[in-house]
Write a protein that binds this ligand. Structure first.
Ligand code: 3PG
Length: 395
């Protein structure tokens, strides 16, 4: 981005890929519950705006199916972005249609336009290279330059991430550069002891990263919905808890390969149903009643995990320990997050959900070494995969 700013962008049109895939309040539709991702891209947008560029921002939101869907409109995000920037953001009600074309054409120097959700167009996520390239061509028509500052989406081979930079002169935004620098440090030279904390609902989503990290870590602490498949693999009954039956054998293999380095919860908060009002009790992880489901790790597990975290020089954390959005099941995530803030070392919070947990639980963001905006992207980086968005920028 500094190179682009150095060339001078006043009066030039710059297409910025941002990751404005922000979470919304489940009780209040249209209300953004965590605007961290929008804040993270502000320095890039402000630098371009203040340099007199005509800034066209594009993003996805959620996973609509290639057609307009009001549930996934970026309109509320345009309003929020305008508030954060302190200057209005023009919103186009389509992505490459007549409204976007008219508004992109009418932009004045220093104005910012947000296009409607990229994923309202099949060309964005198509597996067909020609279909994606055609859509990328339509986006590229709007601008002279392309800046990718959507770290959270660099692992997607999508038109706005992978194909637009093949057409326009392209630059990495400051967020992408910072994220890659930090993750590179953690991947290549983690200071030992290195402890990884994984949560979230599915083992299958995390299998590749578990396999890639096992040889490198001193301890891998597993909480969240995925711990129940591991507990089952240890021979415990897990009641109505989340379970991936087809992954039990794989978890058994991982546990034996890890030789004690995978640490599981020893107690869980088990509820009668998935609800904040449900009756809940803390039980040993080996004694989850048949009619209950685990929705958080218990206090003994928090103490166990905090002990392992306390001795670490490097901690990477991805995925909540429980259903932190519901107050009765937030203590596990809070306890583990607090332990991470206290280490005498470097910590990275990887991911949409864990980063949102830090902010919604009101934890001190500055107490973490780095809070990544990328969930899947940071995991795929740690796995050592080639990220299509980074590869496209390097070409
Ligand atoms: C994320 O939330 O991790 C990014 O915004 C990417 O979203 P996606 O998983 O729907 O591609």
């Amino acid at each position: 981005l500094d190179d682009l700013l150095g060339e001078g962008v006043s009066g030039r049109r710059v297409l910025v890929r941002a990751d404005l895939n922000v979470p919304f309040d489940k009780q209040n539709p249209g209300v953004i519950s965590d605007d961290g991702r929008a804040r993270a891209v502000l320095p890039t947008l402000i630098a371009l705006r203040d340099a007199g560029a005509r800034v066209i921002v594009m993003s996805h939101l959620g996973r609509p199916k290639g057609a307009p869907d009001p549930k996934f409109t970026l309109a509320p995000v345009a309003t929020r972005l305008g508030e954060l920037l302190g200057s209005p953001v023009v919103f186009a009600s389509d992505t490459v249609g007549p409204d976007a074309a008219a508004k992109a054409g009418a932009l004045e120097d220093g104005e910012v336009l947000l296009l409607e959700n990229l994923r309202f167009n099949q060309g964005e996520t198509s597996k067909d290279d020609a279909v994606r390239a055609a859509f990328a061509g339509e986006l590229a028509k709007f601008a002279d330059f392309y800046v990718d500052d959507a770290f959270g989406a660099v692992h997607r081979k999508h038109a706005s991430v992978h194909d637009v930079p093949a057409i326009l002169p392209h630059y990495a935004g400051g967020l992408v550069i910072k994220e890659v620098d930090v993750l590179k440090k953690v991947t290549e030279h983690p200071e030992q002891p290195y402890v990884v904390v994984l949560g979230g609902s599915k083992v299958s989503d995390k299998l590749a990263v578990i396999k890639a990290l096992l040889p490198k870590v001193d301890k891998l602490l597993v909480g969240g919905g995925m711990c129940f498949t591991f507990l089952k693999a240890q021979g415990h009954e897990v009641g109505k808890s989340l379970l991936e039956d087809e992954m039990v054998a794989t978890c058994r293999d991982l546990l034996s390969e890890a030789q004690g380095r995978i640490v599981l919860p020893v107690d869980v908060v088990a509820a009668t149903e998935f609800s904040a009002d449900a009756d809940s009790v803390t039980v040993p992880a080996s004694e989850i009643p048949a009619d209950r489901l685990g929705l958080d790790i218990g206090p003994e597990s928090v103490a166990l995990f905090a002990g392992a975290i306390g001795g670490a020089k490097t901690v990477f954390w991805n995925g909540p320990m429980g259903v932190f959005e519901l107050a009765p099941f937030a203590a596990g995530t809070r306890g583990v997050a607090e332990a991470i803030t206290k280490i005498d070392g470097f910590s990275v919070v990887g991911g949409g959900d864990s980063a949102a947990a830090v902010r919604t639980l009101g934890l001190d963001e500055t107490a973490f070494g780095h809070i990544s905006t990328g969930g899947g992207a940071s995991l795929e980086y740690l796995e050592g995969k080639t990220l299509p968005g980074i590869e496209a920028l390097e070409k």
